[in-house]
Design a binder for this molecule. Structure first.
Ligand code: NAD
Length: 259
């Protein structure tokens, strides 16, 4: 299927690894010019090289911390008027809520709620003027089924989800859609670091925790990042203009509800 987005411009945040990287690859394969960022230049440039080798859309790599004003300014300087915005940042650490002080909460809210809101704020009007825009927020299956250990994530992402529910119904009249994609367990560095936390608490090895987690999933495996990237690319397609304000789970069927 031709997604009809060749030649469009995308900002893909936090994209040197994992789900952000997979989204950048899937979009670039469709001919989208992607501007990617991450804090550490080495892995970011390696990902940019990988994308260049695909012979799809162009790629520009901007080393920056997307959760800061300076970081967002840097990426917007390179790509001021994106047609597509993929909001992503590292997830907050797991832990016990008794140990989280105000700083821990502000950091989580900055990364997983305010950063996407600020990026939408400065890009959405241009998208509406142009009558095309696709915004995807990478959130978490924890938005639907909270995990006790991920309280910082549950709280900050719930705030983002509520905000989006309001504006996504306004922008769509101008063919600008805003949706969230909610990953379940995907085999990325982030998930491995969560497994490490569980391994330390239970005395098991990280591999044992990973195997057990995969076995619990109805698909009997963890998700692969490319599966996430392809869903994201479809939601950014020309054909997806009637989908907005949705929170789309991609979790191998792990969420047990009917709806
Ligand atoms: P990952 O650790 O594999 O990759 C994260 C990427 O973000 C890296 O490229 C890293 O350099 C970049 N990054 C982190 N903080 C940044 C910042 N402040 N500025 C710029 N770049 C930054 O993680 P992932 O598994 O791809 O997760 C992506 C998001 O999805 C996270 O918010 C995570 O909590 C969430 N999530 C992941 C899973 C999963 O199973 N992998 C499940 C639920 C939610």
């Amino acid at each position: 299927m031709d997604l009809g987005i060749s030649g469009k411009k995308a900002i893909v945040c936090a994209a040197s690894k994992g789900l952000g990287k997979a989204c950048a690859i899937s979009l670039a394969r469709e001919g989208v010019d992607v501007t990617i960022c991450a804090r550490t230049p080495g892995p970011l440039e390696a990902t940019a090289e990988e994308i260049r080798a695909l012979d799809g859309g162009g790629v520009t790599a901007i080393p920056c911390d997307i959760t800061t004003d300076e970081g967002r300014d840097k990426i917007l300087e390179q790509c001021a008027n994106p047609d597509i915005l993929i909001n992503n940042a590292g997830g907050p650490p797991p832990g016990d809520f008794r140990n989280w002080d105000r700083d821990a909460w502000i950091k989580a809210i900055d990364a997983n709620m305010l950063t996407p809101i600020f990026l939408i704020k400065v890009t959405v009007d241009w998208m509406m003027e142009r009558k095309f825009g696709r915004v995807i927020n990478i959130t978490s299956s924890a938005v639907k089924a909270p995990n006790e250990l991920l309280g910082l994530s549950n709280g900050a992402r719930a705030g983002l989800t509520g905000f989006i529910a309001g504006i996504a119904r306004k922008t769509v009249a101008n063919n600008v859609t805003i949706n969230a994609v909610l990953p379940g367990a995907f085999d990325t560095d982030r998930l491995r670091s969560n497994f490490k936390h569980v391994a330390e608490k239970t005395g098991k090895s990280v591999d044992e925790v990973a195997t057990a987690r995969a076995a619990e999933n109805p698909a009997k495996r963890l998700g692969q990042a490319y599966e996430f990237g392809e869903l994201c690319a479809f939601l950014c397609s020309d054909q997806a203009g009637f989908i907005t304000g949705q929170n789309i789970l991609i979790d191998g069927g792990n969420y047990p509800g009917t709806l």
